[in-house]
Write a protein that binds this ligand. Structure first.
Ligand code: NAI
Length: 336
């Protein structure tokens, strides 16, 4: 029986990559009925709301969504739709696997990392005030509940996937209380639930340096919200860029799958964005839905397209000269 999956095309390159992802997922034979829902800056211009209630309610009801990126204005304007969605649906764990891929040449050949990012608090709480003219504060929120919950998620994930090490990046030398609590909770959950899995901690500046020197030293990274956001993009750079790194936002009740990248206004509307990151997010979604054969079919297809390395089938960000649609069509050809 077909399952309803919410599809949010989003802004910028979102509709282009969402269409490509949908084409590939449908071609895999996945039993999905798509429910397309609005969100984002374009939606706000059309109907006045960046995140309509009915979009959030539909995701809560159907419990699963594939989402394109949405634009957030810089230095002014509405609160990020992504942050709102993650908070309203309590999607507390962002999971971002970062892997070396066939045919994509980078400085490293053996990257096999998973970034786990706390998704609901930290500086993304958006509590900012101008105390007096010219003095602004931004509040970093850390709660024991959320810090323990994400640590629990990370170690459970490590165990279920046979991972060997979890490394926490932090800045508890400076933010002694907030990052200190994050560390305290990670240590406690590690001891209580996964003492057999290796655990270590690094001050984030050193951690970033170690990552770019030798990513093979790392297995899983556990980070609070802002660090997770920044380090995810750094990790994408290790394996070929933002066009090739997928992600998911997981809560106890529902899950929203989306690429790490944004709406890429510089290339939006040109039909040249790489749809692979959203397609890979679709693979994560199919695995979550226990549609493993369809997920495997798609994975084999993109590995084949990448491995063949025909420039006309690949997008520009990974060295090709093809289009978004062309990449999706090449994948569909490998599946049939
Ligand atoms: P971005 O990820 O949109 O773009 C950064 C660079 O990567 C650009 O040069 C872009 O062309 C390239 N790029 C990104 N995705 C690509 C793809 N699939 N194929 C080929 N090239 C790709 O980040 P930026 O420019 O910092 O943010 C643009 C907007 O996106 C902002 O409004 C930001 O708030 C939003 N954003 C939304 C996210 C989401 O919805 N999950 C995540 C990150 C940013």
């Amino acid at each position: 029986m077909a399952r309803t999956v919410c599809l949010i095309p989003g802004d910028g390159i979102g509709p282009e990559v969402a269409e490509a992802a949908r084409m590939v997922i449908d071609a895999s034979g996945a039993p999905i009925e798509w429910l397309t829902l609005p969100a984002g800056a374009a939606e706000a211009e059309a109907h006045g709301s960046v995140l309509p209630d009915h979009t959030v309610e539909a995701i809560a009801a159907h419990r699963i969504a594939l989402k394109g990126p949405v634009t957030t204005p810089i230095g002014k304007g509405f609160k990020s739709v992504n942050v709102q969605l993650r908070m309203r649906l309590n999607l507390y764990a962002a999971v971002r696997p970062v892997r070396s891929l066939p045919g994509i040449k980078t400085r490293y050949e053996d990257v096999e990392l998973v970034v786990i990012r706390e998704n609901t608090e930290g500086l993304y709480s958006g509590i900012e005030n101008e105390i007096v003219p010219g003095v602004v504060t931004s509040l970093k929120v850390a709660t024991r509940v959320a810090c323990e919950r994400i640590a629990h998620y990370a170690f459970a994930y490590a165990r279920s996937r046979g991972r060997r090490r979890v490394t926490v990046f932090h800045k508890a030398n400076i933010m002694k209380m907030s990052d200190g609590l994050f560390l305290e909770c990670a240590r406690k959950i590690h001891q209580a639930e996964a003492p057999d899995i290796a655990y270590d901690e690094m001050i984030i500046d050193n951690g970033c340096m170690q990552l770019v020197r030798d990513p093979s030293k790392f297995d899983m990274l556990l980070l609070e919200n802002l660090y997770g956001d920044v380090v995810s993009d750094l990790c994408a750079g290790l394996v070929g860029g933002l066009g090739v790194v997928p992600g998911s936002n997981i809560g106890d009740d529902c899950a929203v799958f989306e690429a790490v990248h944004g709406s890429a206004p510089d290339i939006a509307g040109k039909g040249i964005a790489n749809p692979l990151a959203l397609i890979m997010s679709g693979v994560m979604m199919l695995n979550h839905m226990e549609e493993r054969a369809c997920a495997e079919r798609i994975r084999n297809a993109y590995n084949a397209v990448l491995g063949d390395g025909r420039p006309e089938e690949l997008t520009g960000d990974i060295g090709g000269k093809g289009t978004t649609r062309g990449f999706a069509e090449a994948m569909v050809r490998r599946m049939t």
